[in-house]
Write a protein that binds this ligand. Structure first.
Ligand code: ATP
Ligand code: MG
Length: 324
């Protein structure tokens, strides 16, 4: 595939999604699509009713993928996600019943409502794209992506995600409320023309699953100059030196920023990464990995503000090549 073909495909996905989902701007969709192309899991941290479920359904449909949703609750067990052995009276034997995790896009709604044991059953799946049921390992395929949601304000009855689980998300995104009456009214206007609440069934598949896999492979060919690799590393290492931070970003955070920036470059019609890609994606790929100390939290310092100050302080590479 050449760069024009790639950009055309990506634009088709964004356009088809935008027909149903009203986004503040195309950048939000571009960021989320970068996450998919980079093969990453995404954590949506947003209030209820902002269209998270709709977005996942529409993206899945537009890319020819299938999806499942699991509502996380305190009594959800690992077997409810992964699957288990069940007795089939008719055949007089036990059979493996695969759980909802066997899909391309898994929407894990309100992930922090489940017990840690259940949350951690997602760990193996997220990292290795495989699960083990009764000692047998099953592959989930390369397109397997977890899109989890959590509500940022509600704390009661929740189990905050442990650091290890947080780290497995390539990015954390907050879509937030639409920024104008004009755009929010568009949701209602569309509802008038659809004459139904769920328009996702009318969404067309504008690419196939094979195309999506090919796009993911293309991300691997995007060129990143040595000076840009050092720029990413310096940003990541600075998070560990910051006095407000108790736990800085892991090397996995650096890899996430690296992979996302390659995907974002492709979506922008380039086959090389520029420093602006890194600046644009640093907060989304790193902020959820930082644990601040209590005093800083009390002072109103946030992980986002720390990353922004790091971006201001770290020298931006001026010399970088755009390919070999
Ligand atoms: N940006 C948007 N564009 C189009 N429709 C929207 C948008 N935001 C919300 N809606 C509409 O609002 C309703 C609620 O959306 P949805 O169920 O996707 O929200 P949610 O974020 O998943 O909520 P919850 O956190 O409660 O699960 C749907 O009917 C959806 O069509
Ligand atoms: Mg929802």
């Amino acid at each position: 595939m050449n760069i024009e073909e790639i950009q055309l495909m990506c634009n088709r996905i964004i356009e088809e999604t935008g027909k149903v989902f009203v986004a503040a701007n195309n950048d939000v969709l571009k960021k989320i699509l970068s996450g998919f192309l980079a093969g990453g899991h995404i954590l949506f941290e947003d209030n209820p009713g902002l269209g998270k479920t709709l977005l996942v359904k529409v993206f899945a449909k537009a890319t020819g993928c299938n999806w499942n949703r699991i509502q996380f609750t305190p009594d959800l067990m690992p077997a409810d996600i992964i699957g288990t052995k069940v007795w089939r009276g008719m055949n007089s034997n036990f059979e493996i019943e695969k759980g909802p995790i066997f899909t391309n896009f898994l929407l894990a709604d309100e992930i922090n409502r489940a017990m840690p044991k259940t949350q951690s059953s997602l760990l193996e799946a997220m990292e290795e794209h495989q699960v083990t049921i009764e000692g047998i390992t099953y592959s989930l395929g390369s397109l397997f992506t977890v899109m989890a949601t959590q509500n940022p304000i509600e704390m009661e009855g929740t189990y905050p995600l442990p650091e290890a689980q947080m780290d497995r998300f390539m990015m954390r995104v907050s879509m937030g409320y639409l920024d104008s009456t004009e755009k929010e009214a568009e949701i209602l206007r569309r509802r008038v023309s659809w004459k139904k609440d769920d328009p996702s069934e009318d969404v067309k598949s504008v690419i196939t699953r094979d195309d999506l896999m090919k796009l993911q492979l293309e991300v691997e060919n995007v060129y990143v100059d040595e000076n840009i690799l050092c720029y990413i590393t310096e940003i990541v290492r600075s998070t560990r030196r910051n006095p407000s931070v108790r736990l800085g970003s892991s090397p996995r955070g650096g890899l996430a920023l690296f992979k996302l920036s390659r995907a974002f470059a492709l979506l922008s019609g380039r086959d090389y990464v520029i420093p602006d890609d890194i600046k644009y994606l640093a907060v989304d790929s790193l902020s959820h990995r930082l644990m601040l100390n209590i005093e800083s939290i009390m002072d109103g310092i946030t992980a986002e503000s720390i990353i922004l100050s790091i971006l201001n302080a770290v020298e931006v590479p001026k010399n970088y090549t755009r390919g070999i």
